[in-house]
Ligand binder design. Structure first.
Ligand SMILES: C[S@@+](CC[C@H](N)C(=O)[O-])C[C@H]1O[C@@H](n2cnc3c(N)ncnc32)[C@H](O)[C@@H]1O
Length: 261
């Protein structure tokens, strides 16, 4: 069965709006957003202090993730990791610390300012096991079966074609590879009024899929969902975002899915 999580949005306009918001997140992390940013958020979501201490401070100040998943992802030394929507690089640098110098981590993002900031931080920390690449997460520039772990934090909700993202992730994973992510989903489907509001979409609410639809899209891509948990400590900041959260049961989840061996 094919599940569609696409809605009627103008993809080009949405891409521009998302890039505008996340350029600001990279360049002005102290600005006013619908959502929280930074190290204190990451710590509250479950990132251990010892891991946070290995991430460049300026990457963390632009951290816009919605949950923690490295405990269920269990990265092992030497693994190849791909981060979908790597932003300013928090999870790429965390993964690089966890897989060590014999591993490799690729961050993919479509916002030039995020990529530029992440690459500047990588170069100044002289981390050679990390690379950042400009691409869309629906159309990954990686060969089939070339990574052991795909991660993503607060990103898939922003895609107008979630099934394509999960198919692309499944394609690049080796058999037995894992997808570990945190994202925003809803209990009840959003109305078109909300899902066609580009500002709420870019704020990680308007594009959120209903939870079972989201999980079915992962299964449709050929991955087996092994664990799902709700991140109760994630919350939106603005009044409009909180109102939508209450009406539609907008929540953050972390999950682990596996590609059958
Ligand atoms: C909420 S931020 C999360 C960034 C990062 N994962 C973190 O935890 O800080 C979303 C990021 O995903 C990127 N993004 C959104 N949609 C994308 C797409 N379709 N393809 C590639 N990148 C995308 C944005 O440019 C932005 O940097």
């Amino acid at each position: 069965m094919t599940i569609s999580t696409s809605t009627h949005v103008d993809t080009a306009d949405l891409t521009r709006r998302v890039q505008e918001v996340y350029r600001a997140v990279a360049e002005q992390p102290g600005g006013d957003y619908h959502f929280e940013l930074g190290r204190a958020l990451a710590h509250r979501l479950g990132y251990p202090v010892e891991l946070l201490d290995q991430i460049p401070e300026q990457a963390l100040e632009s951290f816009a993730g919605v949950g923690y998943f490295f405990d269920i992802a269990q990265p092992a030394a030497g693994e190849r990791v791909l981060d979908l929507g790597s932003g300013s690089g928090t999870d790429v640098f965390a993964a690089a610390a966890l897989v060590g110098p014999t591993g490799h981590v690729t961050g993919i993002d479509m916002t030039p300012a995020q990529l530029a900031k992440a690459e500047r931080l990588r170069a100044s920390a002289e981390i050679s096991s990390v690379e950042f690449t400009a691409a869309r997460i629906e159309d990954l520039p990686l060969a089939d079966a070339t990574v052991e772990l795909v991660i993503s934090n607060g990103v898939v909700n922003l895609s107008p074609d979630k099934p394509a993202v999960f198919r692309a992730a499944a394609r690049v994973l080796v058999p037995g590879g894992r997808l570990a992510l945190a994202d925003i989903v809803t209990e009840r489907p959003l109305t078109e009024q909300i899902s066609c509001n580009a500002e709420l979409w870019a704020a990680c609410i308007g594009g959120a899929a209903q939870r079972d639809t989201y999980l079915a899209a992962i299964a449709d891509a050929g991955l087996v969902v092994r664990a799902v948990r709700t991140n109760h400590k994630y919350r939106f900041l603005s009044g409009s975002a909180q109102a939508a959260t209450e009406t539609y049961g907008v929540t953050s989840i972390s999950l682990l899915a596996v590609k059958p061996a």
